[in-house]
Design a protein around this ligand. Structure first.
Ligand SMILES: NC(=O)c1ccc[n+]([C@@H]2O[C@H](COP(=O)([O-])OP(=O)(O)OC[C@H]3O[C@@H](n4cnc5c(N)ncnc54)[C@H](O)[C@@H]3O)[C@@H](O)[C@H]2O)c1
Length: 270
């Protein structure tokens, strides 16, 4: 039985904790949960699944988790990751956008090696990262990553400089460029683009587009990849979580699936 701590008891943290508690991921038990800004969320989750509510990171690590799941924010990852790895806990990172900071990523990778633990980035709100990792084993792999969203989901994006898209009556491409430009211009897309970049071993061969589409009520992510293997298109029309409409349900499921894969003697997919 492996022990898990969860940082962040919002939409993903709760669904994952409940799934683990129900045995969906296999031989795991949640030993502690921690939510710095919303202690009440951690308290009710801890009561529901019968684990410790940690008041701070030290208290959480004192419960000796084999694995820590970060389901909070990029800032939380910055605050907690080093201590978790030094403590000998592997990390599952949802706020993968924080790993676009190369120096930060490299420092965490070095710590993981030194302490014999691992850093996992689940596929989150997209999929097909197994195929992407296989494609880059061949030559000249390059990808186009397109996010198609309802205009209201793009409100406030820095790239739009205050432009109001709510009057749009047909789909419009509002951005085309590199991943770092997209991360700066549309920070809410950062996790998906970051996970794709990590799977490709860098962002150099990815072009990104953002489309505002007034006919949509779901977020649609599409990866088109080509290389010596051929071509592939992966499209996800992801259903949002009722507890956080910005988060796709499949992101939480992907953590449970990853936990199950870690334990399984059978690995399916690259
Ligand atoms: N990788 C992906 O594809 C993907 C997909 C969806 C969401 N995400 C990311 O996963 C994270 C969690 O998503 P969510 O929908 O559960 O968010 P949420 O807002 O529902 O929950 C986050 C929780 O973290 C807590 N928190 C914030 N700062 C904290 C800190 N310093 N220490 C401890 N707890 C802290 C908040 O109080 C909140 O309860 C977000 O960063 C989100 O962007 C990633």
């Amino acid at each position: 039985m492996s022990s898990i701590s969860i940082i962040g008891c919002g939409a993903i943290g709760r669904l994952v904790a409940e799934g683990v508690h129900q045995g969906l991921a296999g031989d795991y038990r949640v030993v502690s949960v921690f939510d710095l800004p919303q202690r009440a969320r951690a308290a009710s989750l801890a009561a529901d699944i019968g684990c410790i509510m940690a008041d701070d990171l030290g208290e959480m690590l004192a419960t000796k988790p084999d694995l820590v799941i970060e389901a909070a924010t990029g800032d939380a990852l910055h605050q907690c990751a080093q201590a978790c790895l030094e403590h000998g806990s592997s990390l599952i990172v949802l706020s993968s956008g924080a790993l676009t900071d190369r120096a930060f990523l490299n420092s965490l990778l070095a710590l993981a090696v030194r302490h014999g633990v691992k850093i996992y980035v689940p596929s989150g709100a997209i999929g097909g990262l197994d195929l992407v990792r296989a494609a880059v084993m061949g030559e000249k792999a390059k990808a186009i990553f397109t996010s198609r969203k309802p205009p209201r989901a793009l409100v406030g994006a820095p790239h739009l400089m205050g432009r109001d898209l709510c009057g749009l009556n047909r789909a419009e491409t509002v951005f085309e460029g590199t991943v770092p430009e997209a991360v700066a211009g549309f920070p809410q897309n950062v996790n998906v683009a970051a996970s794709l970049s990590l799977a490709m071993g860098g962002a150099e061969h990815i072009r990104q587009a953002v489309i505002a589409d007034p006919e949509l009520d779901l977020n649609v992510h599409r990866i088109e990849i080509q290389g010596s293997f051929g071509t592939a298109s992966i499209e996800i029309r992801a259903r949002p979580m009722s507890t956080n409409p910005k988060t796709s349900m499949v992101a939480a499921y992907s953590v449970l699936a990853l936990l199950a894969r870690i334990k399984s003697p059978l690995e399916v997919g690259a």
